[in-house]
Design a protein around this ligand. Structure first.
Ligand code: PLP
Length: 395
């Protein structure tokens, strides 16, 4: 830490020291995994004090646990929020974040193509409870404005957006929402708190799939929700404790370990991705690249304004003529493992063709069959480029 930085604002301090009271566990450098479901109280008076604020104390691990608490403090500080809750998956964090803000009869506005299970929540599950969602093209703030109804209570954002990485102007949408007393929530998984801080731009709740860059090792599923003390307390006392979507102490510990190296992982992935993008841009078998930091994109100025960078996700549209050619390309990739998720140490590919049947395919409806999302990992970029070159050579 340099002298002009306060501890709360120093990234290295947050990741290495914030929230860790080493004197209370014999100065162990790595915190213990408090693998316990509950905590015994010395007397009734103490119990009474503790249960008044279960989030700030340790009473029952469904609510709080010392290992989990260290993680919560770091995540809240990273997102410049008062507090954070952690979950067993990103999907749980989004579901609870949304549910906590709406009731029967309310209306939600969401970005057009959110992560698939966010879409299922909004378009299939919530209508069963008389909560409707309008999906809008989030690249223009006017589209949010036009969709506002008298009963709109929540705006759900995801920037960059899943698979094709369009951006929403966080500051503009937050200002619009505030004018209409609408709450905002954003999925910030793609940028991580290192490259985008939505709360500072006025967004109320910041959600993450902690499974991705925050953990970074493809060995834990986790979710995060950050916000003001008031909002987090209310979510904790309501749906969080009711549904019980906790992150286990062991998974919290794994995530803490992943967080320590997040800046160097992200930096390397960001650099490698730029090299891979430069290679793909010149290749004759690439029809289109979706990359949030593309300087040629109409959203380049917005990207520069609200995102420090963007780590390792690219989608490419390959010049494949049919499903068989597309599958041959994907199968030929050796280092890009065919898998869900992203943000780990290893490079991955998610071919959209794997979700489709050729007999039902209608060009122009939904995503094209020749789109594949690549997640760049920690391998040498030269190895990744050679792998892409040999697979593209088959087209
Ligand atoms: C953008 C985005 N948000 C949320 C999720 C859900 O996170 P999890 O898989 O941790 O439930 C994912 C998962 O891939 C995702 O890509």
């Amino acid at each position: 830490m340099t002298t002009h930085e306060t501890p709360e604002h120093s990234l290295s301090y947050i990741l290495n020291h914030l929230g860790e009271s080493r004197e209370s566990y014999r100065f162990a450098t790595a915190p213990p995994i408090w693998q316990t479901s509950n905590f015994a109280m010395p007397d009734v008076a103490t119990m009474r004090t503790v249960v008044r604020d279960e989030l700030a104390n340790s009473f029952y691990t469904r609510g709080n646990n010392p290992t989990v608490e260290i993680l919560r403090k770091k995540l809240a500080a990273l997102e410049c929020c008062d507090d954070a809750l952690v979950f067993g998956s990103g999907a749980a964090a989004m579901a609870i974040g949304v549910l906590s803000q709406v009731q029967a009869g309310d209306h939600i506005i969401a970005v057009q193509r959110p992560y698939s299970w966010t879409k299922t929540l909004l378009s299939q599950l919530l209508p069963r409870y008389q909560i409707q969602t309008s999906f809008v093209d989030g690249t223009r703030v006017e589209n949010f404005q036009a969709a506002i109804q008298t009963n709109t209570k929540l705006i759900v954002l995801e920037t960059p957006n899943s698979l094709t990485f369009e951006l929403q102007d966080l500051q503009a949408v937050a200002a619009l929402a505030r004018q209409h007393q609408i709450t905002t929530i954003v999925d910030n998984s793609f940028c991580s708190p290192l490259y985008q801080k939505p709360h500072r731009l006025g967004i109320d709740l910041v959600m993450h799939s902690g499974t991705k860059y925050l953990s970074g090792h493809s060995d834990v599923l986790a979710g995060v929700l950050c916000g003001s003390k008031e909002m987090i307390d209310a979510i904790f006392r309501g749906p969080y404790m009711t549904f019980g979507p906790l992150l286990s102490p062991h998974d919290a510990w794994l995530m803490l370990r992943g967080l320590r190296t997040m800046p160097i992982r992200m930096e390397q992935i960001h650099r490698s991705t730029q090299k891979v993008v430069a290679f793909l841009k010149t290749h004759r078998a690439i029809k289109k690249i979706h990359y949030a930091l593309d300087p040629a994109s109409p959203q380049a100025a917005l990207a520069a304004k609200q995102m420090g960078a963007f780590a390792g996700l690219i989608s490419i549209e390959v010049d494949a003529k049919n499903f068989a050619q597309m599958e041959a390309f994907c199968d030929a990739l050796e280092l890009f493992l065919i898998a869900a998720s992203w943000g780990g140490y290893e490079s991955l590919q998610m071919p959209i063709v794997g979700f489709m049947e050729e007999t039902n395919y209608r060009p122009g409806i939904g995503l094209p069959f020749n789109l594949v999302r690549l997640s760049i990992g920690l391998e040498d970029p030269e190895l990744l480029i050679a792998d892409l070159a040999q697979a593209l050579g088959r087209i």
